[in-house]
Design a protein around this ligand. Structure first.
Ligand code: FE2
Ligand code: FE2
Length: 264
């Protein structure tokens, strides 16, 4: 069982939703087909794909259903957290009744064996230009949601914790935040996040290891549409080696985003 991640699918399969994405640059041309092709090539039915937000342009749940169905029809188990554009997001109980292979995360964790996937939407962090008292309120609430999710993982005996946030867990100067502190306290192995689009924005995203936590930007255009392998199950690897098969190589995001529009 491997875990992959890709955020910001920004789908709009419902004919009522008109949101052509190719105006945002070359990485968004036929972006859904690109994701599907790469996803189907890499992911098997017992793998997990984490989708940290900005899933659908739909405004209501019925307008997002075609996009959720599309995700449902792809291989693997999916874990979804909310992004700032996911206005269709209704109640967590209602969403979690929709598909047996899609878990929507809110205040809880998703467990598979002794591995937990935790998460919340996140928010812009203190120190970001213009951060005001309104931001502070939302930031605090998102911190609370993340702590509930991590606490759930801890109480269920998780040995490995993967965290998924939609917003980057630091400010634009990449300074630590309440989120990074919390991830460290709970011994999170890897934190994936999205939200950043375009070459200039990518520069503001923390990547690499800070105080024991590994950070990975997984927005669709950063990954050029290829779900990123973020956790490889050692047992799967051993089995593959024993049977003489090749293990899946990690996918490196190739970035070609010069001159694209990024205001979404
Ligand atoms: Fe976003
Ligand atoms: Fe996005």
């Amino acid at each position: 069982m491997n875990i992959y991640a890709i955020g910001d699918l920004h789908l709009s399969f419902d004919p009522r939703i008109e949101k052509p994405m190719d105006i945002f640059g070359a990485n968004w041309e036929r972006h859904d087909e690109k994701v599907k092709e790469s996803w189907c090539r890499q992911v098997s039915s017992d793998d997990i794909v984490v989708l940290p937000g900005d899933i659908s342009w739909g405004l209501r749940q019925d307008e997002a259903m075609a996009d959720l169905e599309w995700i449902h029809n792809l291989p693997g188990k999916k874990v979804i957290t909310k992004g700032n554009h996911d206005l269709w997001w209704t109640t967590i109980t209602r969403l979690n009744r929709l598909f047996d292979d899609i878990t929507f995360l809110q205040n809880k964790c998703y467990m598979e064996g002794n591995i937990a996937v935790c998460g919340s939407r996140g928010w812009i962090c203190p120190g970001t230009e213009g951060f005001d008292s309104h931001d502070r309120k939302i930031y605090e609430r998102e911190l609370l949601r993340l702590s509930l999710s991590l606490e759930d993982a801890k109480s269920r005996g998780a040995e490995t914790i993967i965290a998924a946030l939609h917003y980057p867990p630091t400010n634009d100067k990449m300074q630590g935040s309440g989120f990074t502190k919390m991830l460290e306290e709970y011994g999170v192995k890897t934190c994936v996040y999205g939200h950043l689009h375009g070459k200039e924005a990518f520069k503001n995203g923390i990547r690499g290891t800070l105080n024991g936590v590994e950070y990975k930007l997984v927005s669709l255009d950063y990954l050029d549409g290829r779900p990123k392998l973020i956790f490889r199950d050692e047992n799967t690897e051993k089995e593959a080696q024993q049977s003489g098969g090749e293990t899946q190589a990690a996918v490196n995001g190739k970035v070609e985003t010069e001159g694209m529009k990024t205001e979404f």
